[in-house]
Structures are given as structure tokens and as C-alpha cells.
Design a binder for this molecule. Structure first.
Ligand code: PMP
Length: 393
């Protein structure tokens, strides 16, 4: 892309490929070249491109009804809320569109809960967030990023957020005060490079939240809906947060769908007129969301992700010390810290692109792999062989 003539604002730094069509785990560029998608739109394409059940659900709904706004009820809304709630074992759903919007929604809910239920003095509520966090790009959310680049030139920011080191339970305990409304965290940090927490950490977070009457809010926008080999990442760690934030794959890569999902005792603090979105919970979003929940209900997709994840680890673990400084993986999801001698993460991704694989660097020499959970074993092995060839040099 020539940035001197492009009519697009330069807020992204795309790899040099122009994609024209996609099917399953493969995309085709404008020159007719096929490339294996090992990013899946940052886990929004968990079920692969053009999944027949999702396309059919969308097409049927497109012809039937797409939007009435939340000024009226529509026939799919309650069904969607019940299906999604049941999938993750929660009672209530607030449907939104993007991940960042759902995170903002969770923040509003947590603050209101702190004032109404916990009795925190108005405007004093604090939300504890983690180093390395990524929750989206709104002004409030970038305001509590600990990445100076993310914040620079966008202030002043919303107050009321307290940063603690990710994975450090003692630091979290020390930061909790009677004003703490919530702990907001990603059970696995995706944008940070698939960063995992120490054994027992998330259970300790749950315990601290319970003991101090603080909401545990799990942002599973990227980690949720099958990626980790479980329905949500929290399940892999045997913890149940008070609120889940879901997005990305919930819209099947077809339409933006996000949601805050939690128990009635928390979500009922929002009363009619206090929060909303023109497109949140629209019929097309609900139809696709219901089809996504259907795909996850039997647990087969999750089990498959876990199985394929073992192949991924088997293929990449031998590279540690031979091109990789570190490998972090859970389910069909991996963060690879490439030896800086092999080049920057971006250079590695450009080499992968030349060999027919789509992947994306996150920062420095870290790249992330998150192929569609529906990828065939042969295609996965094909892609991993190319990753290994590039990384081992
Ligand atoms: N939360 C997490 C954990 C994410 O990874 C992302 C997107 N990468 C978001 C929130 C923001 O989602 P969206 O881009 O849909 O606003």
C-alpha cells in the first residue's frame, strides 16, 4: 500500500498483501495466490471463512429482518441471550457490537454495582487492570494501557483505574481497597503475545475478589469461544468470573457481535434507559450469534482445538533454542518470541507471507498464531512446517 496516495487514514500497518476472497482456512489474494490463514482475524474467524452453518444463518436472516433497534423487542433477542448465557453458565446478557464497547459496558456495570450494591462513595470506584493489558481502543480503554505508544497524544483520560503487574497475586491483593469495584483482566493476554499466568494465579484472583466483594471481570474477547480448547479460557483454569466480556468469534467473522454476560445480581443494576446501542442485539447479529453458540454447544470444536493445539506444541517446541526464545501456547493459540537475530516480528511475518502463511507480529520479535479451529490437520502441519522453516532460519 502506497501511504502517500492511499485515501485510508494510516491507523494500521498492514502486511503487503491484498486479500480478495477466502474459504475455510485459506484466503486468496488479488493475484490469485492462496495463503493459509494462521491469524483468523485475531480469533474472530475461529470457525473459518464462509462456515456453511454461519453463512446459512446470516443469509436466512438477511432476507427476513436485520434491524429494528432496541426500541422494540424482536423474536431472536431472548433466544440469543438464553443460548449465550447457557453456553457459559450465566443468567443475563447485554448485547453490544465490538469488543471495546463490551469492555466499556462492563466498566459501567462494575461502577454502578459498586455504588448501588457495595456502597462505594459516588465517583470513588476503582477498577484494577493489568500490566500488558489490551481491551480495545476507546479513549477510556487506552487511558489505562501501560503501553506509552498506545496512550501518547490521546489524553486526558478517564480516572479510576489502578494498574498492577499481570500474574502477581500479592500485588493485586495489596492494590484492593474498599473502593475497588472490579478486577478487569484477560485470562490469557492475546495482544501482549499469548501471555499465560502462573499456576494458581487466576484461582487466587477469584478468591481475592470473593473475599473483598470485588467483581472479577474476564475479558475473553480474544481467548473465548473455543480458542483455548475450552469454551472460555477461564474454564481451562477452573475459575468462574462474575462477568465475561465476549466478542470477536461471537459474530462468526460475519457481523460484529459482542456481549457482557453475567449473573442477574450484577447485571440487573442497569435499568431501562441506562445503557444501549443502536445495533447491539440486532436480528442479524442474534441469528449469527445463535449459530455460533450452536457450533460450540457439543464441545467438539473445543476438543478439536485442544487436540490440534497439541500438534502445534509438538511442532514448535523443538524450535525453542533454535530460532525461538520462548513459546507460549494454550489450545490452538501460540505466542512465539522469535530470536531477534532472525529479525523483527514483522520481518518474520513478511517471510511467512512469501511462503504462503498469514500471521501477525504483536510487538518486538513476538508473533502470534491463531489458525481457524476448523483447520484440517494437514493444513495445520503445512503451515507449521513453514513457520518452523522461517524461524529455524
Ligand atoms: N479485548 C481483547 C482481549 C481484545 O483482544 C480485543 C481486540 N484485539 C478487544 C478487547 C477489542 O475488541 P474490538 O477490536 O472488537 O473493539
Amino acid at each position: 500500500m502506497d501511504t502517500t496516495t492511499s485515501r485510508l487514514a494510516h491507523n494500521y500497518h498492514p502486511l503487503p498483501v491484498v486479500i480478495d476472497s477466502a474459504a475455510g482456512a485459506w484466503v486468496t489474494d488479488v493475484d490469485g495466490r492462496r495463503l493459509l490463514d494462521m491469524l483468523s482475524a485475531y480469533s474472530a474467524m475461529n470457525f473459518g471463512h464462509g462456515h456453511p452453518a454461519l453463512v446459512a444463518a446470516a443469509q436466512a436472516q438477511l432476507a427476513r429482518m436485520t434491524l429494528v433497534s432496541r426500541a422494540f423487542e424482536h423474536s431472536l433477542l431472548e433466544r440469543f441471550a438464553a443460548a449465550l448465557g447457557d453456553l457459559v453458565g450465566k443468567e443475563m446478557v447485554i448485547p453490544m457490537n465490538t469488543g471495546a464497547e463490551a469492555v466499556e459496558t462492563a466498566i459501567k456495570v462494575a461502577r454502578k454495582w459498586a455504588y448501588e450494591v457495595k456502597g462505594v462513595e459516588q465517583d470513588a470506584a476503582e477498577i484494577i487492570v493489568m500490566s500488558g493489558n489490551f481491551h480495545g481502543r476507546t479513549t477510556t480503554i487506552v487511558g489505562f494501557s501501560d503501553d506509552p505508544e498506545t496512550r501518547r497524544d490521546f489524553g486526558p483520560f478517564t480516572p479510576g483505574f489502578v494498574l498492577v503487574p499481570y500474574g502477581d497475586a500479592a500485588a493485586l491483593e495489596a492494590a484492593i481497597t474498599p473502593r475497588t469495584a472490579a478486577v478487569l483482566l484477560e485470562p490469557v493476554q492475546g495482544e501482549a503475545g499469548v501471555v499465560l499466568t502462573p499456576e494458581g494465579y487466576l484461582r487466587r484472583v477469584r478468591e481475592l475478589c470473593t473475599v473483598h466483594d470485588v467483581l472479577m471481570v474476564a475479558d475473553e474477547v480474544q481467548s473465548g469461544l473455543g480458542r483455548t480448547g475450552t469454551t472460555v479460557a477461564c474454564e481451562a483454569y477452573d475459575v468462574v468470573p462474575d462477568l465475561y466480556v465476549l466478542g470477536k468469534a461471537l459474530g462468526g467473522g460475519i457481523v460484529p457481535v459482542s456481549a457482557v454476560v453475567g449473573d442477574r445480581r450484577v447485571l440487573e443494576v442497569l435499568r431501562p434507559g441506562q445503557h444501549g446501542s443502536t445495533f447491539g442485539g440486532n436480528p442479524l447479529a442474534c441469528a449469527v450469534g445463535l449459530a455460533v453458540v450452536d457450533l460450540l454447544r457439543s464441545g467438539e470444536v473445543q476438543a478439536r482445538a485442544a487436540r490440534l493445539g497439541e500438534r502445534l506444541r509438538a511442532a514448535l517446541t523443538p524450535l525453542v533454542g533454535n530460532g525461538l526464545v520462548e513459546l507460549r501456547a494454550l489450545g490452538l493459540w501460540a505466542g512465539l518470541d522469535v530470536d531477534p537475530a532472525r529479525g523483527t516480528g514483522r520481518e518474520v511475518c513478511e517471510q511467512l507471507l512469501r511462503r504462503g502463511v498469514l500471521a501477525k507480529d504483536t510487538h518486538g520479535s513476538t508473533i502470534r498464531l491463531s489458525p481457524p479451529l476448523t483447520i484440517s490437520e494437514d493444513d495445520l502441519e503445512w503451515g507449521l512446517a513453514r513457520v518452523a522453516a522461517v524461524v529455524a532460519g
